[in-house]
Design a protein. Structure first.
Lengths: 482, 116, 463
């Protein structure tokens, strides 16, 4: 029942509409902390989850359970959302907080779903709160940004819907039993003519949501124009949904197709990795640089998945959590930087080290984590992805290695440009206050913790309920997938 | 040819007869052209020009007449075999008439029969 | 003496009489006729629900099976919605309830008809009062709506009748109960079916027989447009499904493919044409065209799932469109209709109204947690069961286009600024609350309804 509580609790945020506007933030914060507490109980005792016969007429179950794949992404969401709420302006309308909580609920649903239709329902619901947040709070062009986000994502999702239905029906023709339970579908054989098309339908939907090059068209405007907490939410939590979907759905269901197309998939992810890094290197806007860095990291995570090795998949999962914490923290910091100095053009910022010592120090930590300094969370994930990648495809591993160097280049360029160099005489800038330091300190502590003790996550992988890692491992050994 | 021959002969005879009678009246009748004869006949409505407007009330009366006339016609087939339908048929026909009566009362009440 | 399966229709008929009598005895400004119409329509709907469905042919004319009863319930729901939205005899005259109930009776008969003659009678009984209602506002646009509806309606009736005559020539009977292919004359059959599809397609707003829809919806009084969008569409779709899947199931080779193309064309054209609309009623009219295409997907797929999905989809669509029209009714002033700009800032001025319209539009767009999602899900399942991938992809592409239609009004509502003030009425509030909650409930827990509808629309001889 905890898992159902996790999904349900954020909706309590509706209460925010009943009370005065000044209370909205406090209510949202309490609700999100309750969710965090629920996650902690889940960590202590992973229950069996819920599996209700939701719509027997269509063979649909409402099946939520925390497994090795989803558990720590649930943790990431429940940690990051309170941070996002804390970092938001106090005077925002209740609707703002409500939509953030709804997006949390839907993202948790995706991470917990064990039934393909439950998965799909939450997958689409995620779009709506972000649509409203972009519409209402992303400035002048918010409406266009929001529509682009929605239409691009639903382009993938609707074709995926055909895929979802088709997968269930192919399973029905093979076994005579209509179900969308992922565990049962994993045993189905999609070798027919429809197989590759179904695979593409799912893959495109996941690639758009991540986003992965070349389907990242919605990303620049959405990341660039949304308020910093919302950017942190999108890049920290929601961008994980796409790559998570690959692990949850593609690997168990379409392993043969992935295997057959592996070189192409790896090439695609590698191009995305390089593309994001190159754009980030040339960026003139701190937020856009971070956004494209994020795109590049998504390429890294999908490389881990496409390597189709256990190490790669575990590394990808770990890196998803790590990247969520790092990107969330980085975008929050950049938001404070923008508010404190009134500029986010790289050319307009220089020598903030002296004027904003606290912000600059924390920024340095997150920048180093992003570029993969050993001892911080980014490194452990990248290491495991490499481990898998070298086994699968050495060329891709080399490309990824080169990009890691570029990554340190753009991050250092960003840091040097904004923080070091000669300070200019400018209007007074506002440094972090103690609340903000406390908030970012918690995220930084988690980044360090995961950096020095990655086994906190990777060690759980084998002990939890069956998860797709087993599927990867078993299929590679030639065993059956269940 | 068989039985249809008679019909053919009948059609021919009637055509000839009609032509003969009209020709006879043309030859033998008096001729007085002009006057009221040159005006178009519109069921009693006085028409001064062929394309003039006339009151929409004519349509209303004609329509109401048609509606009730056609509806009442439906009673005839029932009436001819009333006994075959027994009491149930009688009640149903009565219901039909009640419906008609409600409609009639409605038109009356709403002034459908008033000329002005 | 009267077959109990006809009781819903009898209640509706008595409702017509009662409201007509009330209309002549009470004062002009009294709403008594509306109350009476409401009571009878609700009673007819409840009786349809409680009635035990049978598959026997009544008098060689009609079948009160589960399918017909579901159609009855939907049509009575449309009547109730129309009445609740009107409920003002000063604005909409005292005859309004009687005419609307009469149209509803026609729709109910179409749902039960298993016979071409009865089907035609039902269609005319549905259409004639609507011609009057469409023109019942005394202004130029309403008159335009009335005359356009009358002309296209009369034309489509003629086409339908001709098609029925050809089918009679082909089959030798006017009752359509699962003909076997043995006795059919192929040429007459093809031509007859084509004409019947065209004739019913007019009422259903199937492209390319849809030209009348936007003008008629725009010009008609809003409650009348509400009934047309829901009730008429339900009746026409039900009749089409009954004729094709019930009567001519074994000759699906003749009509299946053609109807599939019509379905895709209708979905795409309707949604594309809805994109540039700024008048909300025209927007909903075009959206109705697109949604007719979705229903046709279910019919054309010619599978058990498809038939069930077609019948089920009418309900989410109907609820959403009724909800949207109710919002227009609240927003419109003396002039009928509302523009996109009138929605500006609605979320801040009238949160409940904005919430209602948002739910309606999300449901039309097929977003999960609203009823529309499971409607689309079911339709895709139906299409795939018939191995009709093209139709499934067409449905998805059309839905994608429709996002631009449904999310623009939502953005207007959440934009700051001053739009048109809202004027709530009790009836409109009931419709907004009822349809909105039902849309959400079915979106979250569709099983009971889905089961009910699926049982009703199971034609056993389908795959």
């Amino acid at each position: 029942m905890q898992v159902f509580g996790l999904v349900l609790v954020p909706w309590v945020g509706l209460l925010g509409f009943l009370f005065p506007r000044a209370w909205a933030k406090a209510i949202a914060l309490i609700v999100s902390l309750v969710d965090l507490a629920l996650f902690v109980t889940l960590l202590a005792h992973t229950g069996p989850g819920v599996n209700w016969n939701w719509i027997p007429e269509l063979g649909i179950h409402f099946h939520l359970a925390a497994d090795g794949l989803g558990l720590f992404l649930v943790g990431l969401s429940t940690v990051l959302v309170p941070a996002v709420i804390l970092a938001s302006p106090r005077a925002e309308r209740p609707a703002y907080y409500f939509w953030i909580l709804v997006s949390e609920s839907a993202a948790l649903g995706v991470f917990l779903a064990q039934d393909l239709v439950s998965f799909y329902v939450f997958w689409e619901v995620v779009l709506i709160p972000i649509f409203f947040l972009l519409s209402g709070w992303a400035g002048e062009n918010g409406h266009a940004t929001a529509l682009r986000w929605l239409i691009m994502n639903l382009f993938g999702s609707f074709f995926m819907l055909i895929g979802v239905v088709a997968v269930g029906m192919i399973h029905q023709t093979q076994t005579g039993h209509l179900t969308f339970q992922l565990a049962s579908l994993a045993a189905t054989n999609f070798h027919g003519a429809a197989g590759p098309w179904l695979f593409i339908a799912f893959l495109v939907a996941f690639m758009i949501k991540a986003p992965l090059w070349p389907l990242h068209g919605w990303m620049p405007s959405a990341y660039g124009e949304s308020p910093p907490p919302v950017t942190a939410l999108i890049s920290g939590v929601l961008s994980k949904l796409g790559v998570f979907g690959m692990l949850r759905v593609l690997v168990p269901l379409f392993y043969p197709q992935m295997r057959a197309w592996e070189p192409w998939l790896i090439a695609l992810a590698a191009v995305g990795l390089v593309y994001g890094a190159v754009i980030a290197l040339r960026g003139r806007d701190v937020k856009m640089t971070a956004a494209y860095a994020s795109l590049s990291h998504m390429g890294m995570i999908s490389l881990g998945i496409f390597s189709l090795t256990t190490a790669g998949a575990v590394g990808a999962t770990f890196y998803m959590v790590a990247h969520g914490l790092m990107a969330g923290g980085l975008f929050l910091l950049l938001g404070w930087l923008e508010r404190g100095t009134g500029s986010r053009a790289l050319s307009g910022l220089s020598g903030l080290n002296r004027r904003l010592p606290r912000l600059s120090a924390w920024f340095q930590l997150f920048a180093l984590a992003m570029l993969g300094l050993p001892g911080l969370a980014g490194f452990a994930g990248e290491y495991m992805i490499f481990q898998g990648l070298i086994r699968a495809n050495v060329a891709a591993a080399v490309v990824a290695g080169v990009v890691l160097i570029v990554a340190s280049w753009y991050m250092i360029r960003l840091f040097q440009g904004a923080m070091q160099s000669t300070p200019r005489e400018e209007a007074a800038a506002v440094d972090l206050n103690f609340g903000q330091v406390g908030l970012i300190g918690v995220l930084a502590a988690l980044v360090v913790l995961l950096g020095v003790w990655p086994a906190a996550i990777t060690g759980h992988v084998g002990t939890l309920r069956p998860s797709p890692y087993h599927v990867v491992a078993l299929v590679r050994q030639g065993g059956s997938a269940q | 040819m068989s039985g249809y021959g008679a019909i053919l002969i009948y059609v021919a005879v009637s055509a000839v007869l009609a032509a003969a009678i009209s020709m006879a009246s043309e030859i033998m009748g008096p001729h007085a052209p002009g006057g009221v004869k040159r005006e178009s006949y519109e069921s009693g409505i006085l028409v001064d020009r062929p394309l003039s407007h006339f009151s929409v009330r004519f349509y209303r009366v004609a329509m109401l007449f048609l509606i009730f006339d056609v509806s009442v016609m439906a009673i005839y087939p029932w009436a001819t075999s009333m006994r075959a339908f027994h009491a149930a048929g009688f009640v149903k026909a009565l219901f039909f008439m009640v419906v008609l009566a409600v409609g009639f009362a409605y038109v009356w009440r709403r002034g459908g029969f008033k000329w002005d | 003496m009267i077959n109990p399966v006809l009781e819903p229709e009898l209640l509706m008929g008595l409702g017509v009489l009662a409201t007509l009598i009330l209309a002549m005895v009470v004062r002009e400004r009294s709403n008594a006729a509306y109350w009476s119409g409401l009571v009878f329509a609700v009673a007819a709907g409840v009786r349809s629900y409680t009635l035990h469905p049978t598959s026997h042919l009544v008098g060689g004319m009609m079948v009160a099976d589960g399918y017909g009863l579901v159609v009855n319930i939907m049509v009575t729901a449309a009547v109730v919605a129309g009445l609740l939205l009107a409920f003002d005899s000063e604005r909409y005259t005292v005859e309004f309830p009687a005419l609307l109930l009469l149209a509803g009776l026609g729709g109910m008969i179409m749902g039960l008809a298993a016979n071409f003659i009865l089907l035609f009678l039902g269609l005319e009984l549905l259409s004639l009062p609507l011609y009057i209602l469409a023109a019942s506002r005394r202004d130029a646009r309403s008159a335009e709506a009335g005359i356009k509806y009358l002309l296209t309606g009369a034309f489509s009736s003629g086409v339908l009748l001709f098609g029925m005559a050809l089918l009679y020539g082909s089959t030798g009977t006017v009752t359509f109960i699962n003909y076997t292919t043995l006795h059919l004359v192929p040429v007459l059959l093809g031509a007859g079916l084509a004409l019947v599809i065209v004739g019913l397609g007019y009422k259903l707003a199937m492209v390319p027989f849809h030209m009348w829809v936007p003008d008629v919806y725009e010009g008609s009084p809003t409650p009348v447009a509400t009934f047309m969008a829901f009730g008429t569409k339900v009746a026409a779709a039900a009749a089409l499904l009954r004729v094709l899947a019930f009567g001519f199931s074994l000759t699906s080779g003749v009509w299946g493919l053609a109807l599939g193309y019509f379905a895709v064309l209708t979905m795409l054209a309707g949604n594309l044409m809805a994109l540039p609309q700024r008048d909300l009623k025209r927007l909903l009219a075009w959206s109705g065209v697109g949604n007719a295409g979705y229903v046709l997907v279910g019919i054309a797929s010619h599978t058990v799932s498809g038939a069930q999905a077609a019948l089920f989809y009418l309900l989410p669509y109907g609820m959403a469109v009724v909800l949207a029209f109710a919002v227009i009714r609240v927003l419109e002033g003396q002039q009928e209709g509302a523009q996109m700009e009138d929605l500006t800032g609605l979320a801040h001025r009238e949160p409940w109204l904005a919430a209602g319209l948002t739910v309606a539009l999300l449901s039309l767009a097929g977003i999960p947690l609203t009823a529309g999602f499971f409607g689309k899900f079911y339709l895709i399942k139906g299409a795939l069961q018939g191995d009709q991938w093209g139709m499934a992809i067409g449905l998805v592409v059309a839905t994608l286009v429709s996002l631009g239609v449904y999310f623009r009004p939502i953005q207007y509502m959440f934009r700051p600024g001053e739009g048109r003030p809202a004027r709530w009425s009790v009836g409109a509030a009931v419709v907004v609350a009822g349809a909105g909650l039902a849309t959400l409930f079915i979106g979250v827990y569709p099983e009971p309804l889905l089961h009910f509808v699926a049982q009703a629309a199971t034609f056993t001889w389908l795959r």
